[in-house]
Design a protein around this ligand. Structure first.
Ligand code: SF4
Length: 114
């Protein structure tokens, strides 16, 4: 059994996942917790929210996020790529500032106008 906290919603249920019983989950108050618990032990993923450098704008960092979840074990590689990235104003919320980062299938999306 693996104990963890479900991070899908603010309730934060304490769940237990049984790896030896098809990743069955107990302690979840809704079905999303069962899906999360199984996925967390078999193929954990995360959405990255961060900032990248921007030129000619009112601030020097642009808030961004990944368009889809990326494998959790690639977070540090992706953060290194984001540290190298520099975009130029004007940028609109929803603009793709980098496509298919590290072949994950996830684009990097601006989360505000700047
Ligand atoms: S199991 Fe359901 S209610 Fe509990 S934290 Fe996860 S999503 Fe929220």
């Amino acid at each position: 059994m693996k104990d963890m906290v479900c991070i899908v919603c603010p309730v934060g249920c304490r769940i237990s996942v049984d790896e030896e019983n098809d990743y069955s989950v107990i302690g979840n108050k809704c079905p999303k917790g069962a899906t999360y618990g199984k996925k967390e032990l078999t193929f954990p993923t995360r959405t990255i929210t961060s900032t990248v450098k921007i030129k000619n704008a009112i601030h020097n960092r642009l808030p961004i996020k990944t368009s889809t979840e990326i494998p959790k074990n690639m977070i540090f590689d992706i953060m290194r790529e984001l540290n190298k990235l520099e975009v130029s104003s004007p940028i609109k919320v929803g603009d793709v500032v980098l496509k298919n980062i590290l072949n994950t299938g996830a684009d990097i999306i601006a989360t505000r106008d700047m």
